[in-house]
Design a binder for this molecule. Sequence first.
Ligand code: NDP
Length: 473
Amino acid sequence: MAVQQRKTVVTETTKTETTTTSTKNVDHQVGKTWGRDRDVSFGTILISLGILVMSPIWVCYTYISCNGYECAMSAPALEIYNAPDALVALKTLLARELPTFSPYAARLFFTWLTLQAVLYAFLPAQIGYGQRTPAGHLLPYKVNGLLAWVISHSIYAAGGLYFGWWKLSIIHDNWGGLLIAANAYGYFLTFFCYIKAHLFPSHAADRKFSGSFIYDLLMGIEFNPRFGKYFDFKLFHNGRPGIVAWTMINLSFAAAQYEKIGYVTNSMILLNLLHATYVLDFFYNEDWYLRTIDIAHDHFGFYLAWGDSVWLPWLYTLQSHYLVRNPVDLTPIQFAFIFAVGFTGYFIFRSVNHQKDIVRSTNGECMIWGKPAKVIRTSFVTSDGKTHKSLLLCSGYWGLSRHFNYVGDLLISLAMCMTCGTKHLLPYFYIIYMTILLLHRIQRDQTRCKGKYGKFWEEYMKVVPYKLIPYVY
Ligand code: NDP
């Protein structure tokens, strides 16, 4: 391999500061392509198996806690623990509390899925582009989620309030049956994508084979499974049936609370407001989402297929399930405090993500916090052997830490949970989960970016040493 001089690369848009270092040419590309050919250890396979088995059990457990025990998380476990015969108690509990199949709920779920697929495929759309994939593809995506959200919610509201086709609490009222239907679909999609990846992949060179069936099933093989040019499985399932439903589920649970106690608590209103802000922001900035880790990094397996179909709609909305069973009336000070935490988080989240987007779309020719953006100009090689250019922002929020956007997300998540008061732990599942997810994501991203950018990433880590919170972590 040639040894050559490399230009680094802290650029202020008007002034280029250049240091010269000796390094091997594209040394980060040798042998493996970044994001591919991962060696999977036995430990990773065991953890993967644990996730495959435990995730559905956990979703069912939370359903049982809420449905039968007013969302008291420990209650079902204690009932079994305290029973003279734990096995008999477990069987009795499951027979009594497990959700059952309902043809009506199944029709509801599959009508919803079909509606979202039709809206995704046929609504007018802008075409957005993701990041270049490791095999060198730059894929187009249909960006029309905001319109799909508006139409879906209009149908839901008109059907419930004007035509009387259903009660607004329809989702709450069919929650168990919907859970069964969503699971059936989530599993079908997981296995379908596993088989598709082997038999008729959309982009064969962008597949990742780990050598482990369990790991491949969990994390996926295909990077961008598609039907035709535009029906992208990842964007559709990440962004449509589950996320459009997120706000609708909350509204339905708010309607159920109204039916139950005669009014909607201010905590439920605040929760709906926080979730709606997050969801609408997602759709308003859908084009930005194409260049986040979900789309630019993750392959499509159980993690996303089942996760988007079941985990997200069931667990991200836990707080509204809780508030139906345990109405909380916040004092004006509590309300104002939670509102402030939530919207401070949102402000940070949006501003950080916007800085990255703007610096990339202007190729670094922009102002960040009133000063020319400081960037590290990088290059990387895709598996087709071509070299591409990119840049890493290292001023503004991105100079504070490498993932300051996660701080914003954690604050919003905390505020969502705080709407439920402090009586029970279950509604705090979301912030606990988000903390684990994002801390783990920092590690994953670190591995990926190091593989992709090599020495440039190390340079960046020296300029921006903190991962999340400046001077702390
Ligand atoms: P980022 O949007 O931070 O994306 C990370 C990627 O950005 C890296 O892989 C790299 O990709 C690029 N990058 C890294 N550093 C820089 C830099 N200094 N300048 C420019 N580009 C850089 O992370 P996520 O995709 O995880 O998150 C996006 C948002 O979504 C976050 O706000 C997060 O909190 C939120 N989120 C929400 C979840 C939820 O379930 N509610 C789950 C996960 C995330 P490359 O160089 O290849 O482009």
